[in-house]
Design a protein around this ligand. Structure first.
Ligand code: COA
Length: 193
């Protein structure tokens, strides 16, 4: 495979600059998000990931995708491990080649490792999806949720009703000038005995 997934050590790591550049190209230049809200304080404590592609002809590695994950404090969910996934971006010319899927797989592996580290029976991956990306996350098992404080339905295995078009509209909110919905997935982590 010509792709490598890299865990960026911190915001001070020079690789973070590559993640930042992808985000500026995708969210600021392409989607019109304000630069000051794109690069926020969360970057200092989030875990950043970078995917690079090895261009064999030129013998160089090209940064092609990024995302970040960080612990999400939810007062109503005390005791539960909730990680928020965000800033998922694949550069335009590399989309629809499975990199979005790859990043969600990496996010789950990371979430499982955090669940074991914190000795929790499972972990919620929570995110704000742009409304037109809902189908992408839904493909990988994410459900629309009303709020981050009500994730229990997912872990209890209770069926959360898929909102119809009208219901969905009522759950939408604007963030950075773009319509979003809240989505989440529960990943149970049973230790091997
Ligand atoms: C959303 C994004 C990360 C998807 O990345 P990608 O590399 O194109 O996705 P993949 O090629 O891995 O697609 C995986 C599957 O999701 C589907 N998919 C991709 N984008 C989709 C969308 N917007 N809606 C519905 N399904 C989508 C693909 O068709 C594919 O389906 P398949 O498994 O049946 O073949 C990418 O389009 C992107 O970076 N967009 C700009 C930034 C952005 O909006 N990020 C999300 C913010 S919430």
């Amino acid at each position: 495979m010509n792709f490598s997934v890299i865990e960026v050590l911190s915001k001070e790591d020079s690789l973070f600059e590559l993640c930042k550049q992808i985000r500026l190209d995708v969210f600021v230049e392409e989607q019109g998000v304000d630069k000051d809200s794109e690069l926020d304080d969360i970057d200092a404590y989030a875990q950043h990931f970078l995917i690079t592609w090895k261009d064999n002809a030129r013998e160089e590695s090209v940064p092609v995708a990024t995302m970040r994950i960080f612990p999400y404090d939810s007062p109503e969910q005390s005791g539960k491990l909730v990680l928020k996934l965000g800033r998922i971006a694949v550069i335009q010319s590399f989309r629809k080649h499975g990199l979005g899927r790859k990043m969600l797989e990496v996010a789950e592996q990371y979430a499982i490792s955090q669940s074991f580290k914190h000795q929790k029976p499972g972990v919620f991956l929570y995110l704000h999806s742009q409304s037109d990306k809902l189908g992408f996350y839904a493909r990988f098992g994410y459900s629309v949720v009303r709020s981050a404080d009500q994730l229990d339905n997912l872990s209890d295995g209770k069926l959360t009703e898929e909102p119809d078009e009208r219901g969905l509209k009522s759950l939408e909110f604007v963030e950075d000038g773009i319509l979003h919905v809240r989505m989440a997935k529960y990943i149970p982590c049973v230790p091997i005995s």
